[in-house]
Design a protein around this ligand. Structure first.
Ligand code: 3PG
Length: 260
């Protein structure tokens, strides 16, 4: 199903200051065809997400906040986002980030309809996520070639996602559901199918290390890095500080893990 990979070269969007993440190569290819195919730079999207390790979940109210926000995150070392489709400004904010902060891995979240799959992709989404599993949405993403991680929180949802061919899954809402012990127990019977998870929902910086050292976890994230209030206040400095802390913690665990 999967094979060992040689260390991937940095992709074209990898900024020079991210050399610190290069030892953190995925232990194996992600067996999800949507996330697994190498891009023009030789890295797959799955590998780039793995190296990013932490995804900032964003709710953007004003388009003009989008680019300074993306730059504040990148300055702190976070180059991966789930920009949620929960505000009227979301799609325009996405397009602005793609244009002016292209090193940001541009994921879109809260994709709830097939029409939103199309809108997100047209605005520049590189991948999509959703809080739940809607087969129509997953199939629309597959038909358009948009890598997609649906949300799962039960074994039945996990089976439906696997049946649809998904292997990278959002575990949501991670902490209220029981966090890592719950995920470990739920995913146990499916471990041989090589799915991997992005836990989101209720996670904070304190939990980064515990999650990232578990073999089921591809990356983690949440809104604590750039809470809506700090975005509304345009407090870019505070967001960079939070991003830098998340990046530092992720780096520590990934480097120690891969050194073993
Ligand atoms: C979401 O889709 O809202 C994310 O999972 C974020 O959850 P959080 O706000 O609890 O971090």
């Amino acid at each position: 199903m999967h094979s060992k990979t040689s260390p991937p070269e940095p992709g074209p969007r990898d900024p020079g200051n991210r050399q610190d993440f290069l030892p953190s190569n995925p232990p194996q290819l992600l067996p999800d065809p949507a996330f697994g195919a190498p891009d023009a730079g030789g890295s797959s999207l799955g590998e780039r997400l793995y190296r990013s390790a932490v995804m900032a979940v964003l709710v953007i109210d004003r388009v003009e906040d989008a680019v300074p926000l993306a730059r504040a995150l990148i300055d702190g070392g976070i180059d991966c986002m789930e920009l949620t489709l929960r505000t009227p400004a979301a799609l325009e904010a996405l397009a602005a980030i793609r244009r002016e902060a292209p090193q940001m891995l541009a994921g879109v979240g809260t994709i709830l309809t097939p029409a939103q799959v199309e809108q997100a992709q047209e605005a520049g989404a590189e991948y999509g996520l959703a809080p739940g599993l809607n087969p129509r949405v997953v199939q629309a993403a597959q038909a358009r070639g948009l890598p997609f991680a649906p949300g799962v929180a039960t074994p039945s949802e996990l089976e439906s996602a696997l049946e649809l061919g998904c292997r990278l899954l959002k575990f949501f809402p991670a902490e209220p559901c029981g966090g890592l012990p719950f995920l470990d127990a739920m995913a146990g019977p499916y471990a041989h199918l090589d799915c991997r998870f992005v836990p989101l929902g209720g996670i904070t910086a304190e939990q980064i290390k515990t999650y990232l050292q578990h073999p089921l976890i591809w990356m983690i994230g949440g809104s604590w890095i750039a809470p809506r209030r700090l975005i509304q206040e345009q407090n870019w400095k505070a967001i960079t500080t939070r991003a830098a802390e998340a990046h530092r913690l992720a780096l520590e665990i990934r480097n120690s893990h891969h050194a073993q």
